[in-house]
Design a protein around this ligand. Sequence first.
Ligand SMILES: C[S@@+](CC[C@H](N)C(=O)[O-])C[C@H]1O[C@@H](n2cnc3c(N)ncnc32)[C@H](O)[C@@H]1O
Length: 294
Amino acid sequence: MSAPREPRHAPVLVADVLRLLDPQPGQTWVDCTVGAGGHSKLIAERLTGTGTLIGLDQDPTMLELARPRLAEVPAKITLVHANFDQLAEVLANLSIGTVDGVLADLGFASDQIQAAGRGFSFREDGPLDMRLDPSTGATAADMVNTMSEGGLADVFYEYGEERLSRRVARKIVERRTTKPFATTADLANIVRSCVPRSGSIDPATRVFQALRIAVNDELGALDRLLAALSRIVKPGGRAGIISFHSLEDRRVKQAFRTANVWEPLNKKPVEAGEEELAHNPRSRSAKLRVAVRI
Ligand SMILES: C[S@@+](CC[C@H](N)C(=O)[O-])C[C@H]1O[C@@H](n2cnc3c(N)ncnc32)[C@H](O)[C@@H]1O
């Protein structure tokens, strides 16, 4: 039997997550985005043998990657393959009412982006998929091959801030009439053919980000989680969200400002310091907000 693969994803803002969320022995916590299990392990260690951690991820391969790492921790840990917009239902199935705290570390893990077969990256060719949950929903190829030109342009502009969104959408629609898109390299090359490079950033970056957000309905899922959290976290309990995009951070900031429901613990989002930035480039756009349920 081959040895389990080591996770590549390094958790961000670790010290601040533990300081602001402050999990205590015996408590019940939820990690909405287990990923490679980095934050889950740290939280579960604080809960000790008497505490419980429920871990969700919509990508079953990430849960399997995290499982051996979490098996070392004495807390009672239950891993569930689910979208976090189903958190209330997941907890009801486990006969759990409210919890002491919730963490969500949004987006994707390094392990996912580096797996060419998942289609998140334009650096290596692979199928144009991009689903975080590979068992359900439309792929990025389905979207670029069927959405209207206007619809594609809106996605690229809104989720990727691509100024040349209309030009890219037109090119895609022209090309797909002769040959539908199937691979990441195919799409990246079309984008590169009509968006000039500025600096070191690949011109395909913004379009790929936009498609990933759309394919996984990332903002819709976040809105549904934020709406459900006030009923899930018990009074005095804490919720922490790490976001990587201004559209996400704006939603979290707004939700945590709801009077008589949340008391934000930090007015400005916590960001990575120089040392973390030097070691973990992914921490560059991470923003952590934590609030206490009133
Ligand atoms: C940034 S990674 C989390 C990394 C994790 N905190 C760690 O320390 O390893 C984000 C993870 O959340 C998962 N994810 C993203 N959106 C999700 C959603 N709506 N529901 C459940 N899981 C989601 C992704 O599949 C990915 O594994």
